[in-house]
Write a protein that binds this ligand. Structure first.
Ligand SMILES: O=C(O)c1cc(C(=O)O)c2c(n1)C(=O)C(=O)c1cc(C(=O)O)[nH]c1-2
Length: 252
């Protein structure tokens, strides 16, 4: 159907799998400092996803919709003993030689990362539910990037193993059901051209949120690297071997 094609075309043109930082990361072109910078900044996204889903739930009057949506929070937070996606992300942090407590503190997260991610949380808190659901539909395109990431990291980086990458494997199980529901909801509720335009704009906005996170990372940590005030310096929280020349000169 035409509207679904329109949504998929937004991903095909704008999803962050095309960003040069991801191409470097998945192709083995990142230094450990760059991998760590990505892990530190992306943690902020992970940490805010359940908060944006809680914001969504707080506005949802339909118990059936709340019942379905709340599994997203469970996926990321999990139970006390086993944890969820956030804990799996911190396993990745450990595997790349970072202190997980440092990563969880969000110290050193770039201002641009915070601005982009916070904009997503605010969007979901404030916009009509249809647009809030539509903004989650970038996940239509996420399984392919997770597959590529697993393969690319395993091929190119010594730290990568099943435990380090468990976050992405688990998302391959979780995302398809989220997105099946989200897409059906949007196709069903966007029953006027005006609502379709609004849903498409919400998805476009979300691709901007993702792209902007990688732009700010690239600007800070890829030569000619320019770490902004408050950005991680390449050393703090590192428990593994430092790169020989971790962005030296970049911050000075
Ligand atoms: O690795 C990625 O490229 C990627 C992208 C996205 C996305 O498209 O927003 C999500 C995730 N991962 C992810 O792991 C995740 O849990 C997630 C939740 C959401 C959302 O908008 O609710 N997006 C994403």
């Amino acid at each position: 159907m035409a509207f679904e094609k329109r949504l998929r075309a937004i991903g095909a043109a704008r999803y962050h799998d095309k960003h040069p930082f991801h191409q470097m990361l998945h192709g083995g072109g990142c230094s450990m400092t760059q991998v760590r910078a990505w892990v530190i900044n992306r943690y902020y996204y992970q940490s805010r996803i359940p908060m944006k889903d809680a914001a969504f739930l707080s506005r949802c009057e339909d118990p059936q919709l709340r019942r379905i949506w709340r599994s997203r929070i469970e996926d990321h937070d999990g139970g006390i003993s086993e944890g969820g996606g956030i804990r799996r992300w911190l396993k990745l942090a450990e595997a790349v030689g970072l202190d997980p407590d440092f990563v969880a503190s969000t110290h050193g997260v770039l201002a641009g990362t915070r601005f982009a991610v916070d904009a997503y949380v605010h969007f979901v808190r404030e916009k009509p539910l249809l647009e809030a659901v539509a903004s989650s539909l970038t996940e239509l395109f996420a399984p392919a990037i997770h597959e590529n990431r697993i393969a690319g990291l395993l091929k190119h980086y010594a730290f990568a193993d099943d435990s380090a990458l468990s976050y992405f494997r688990q998302r391959l199980n979780e995302a398809p059901q989220d997105v099946r529901f989200g897409l059906a909801f949007v196709l069903d509720h966007a029953d006027t051209l005006e609502k379709q335009d609004a849903a498409a704009a919400a998805l476009t906005f979300k691709t901007d949120v993702l792209w902007s996170q990688l732009d700010t990372l690239h600007s800070a940590y890829v030569a000619p690297a320019r770490i902004p005030p408050g950005g991680w310096d390449g050393r703090e929280g590192v428990t593994g071997a430092l790169d020989e020349n971790p962005l030296r000169g970049a911050a000075e």
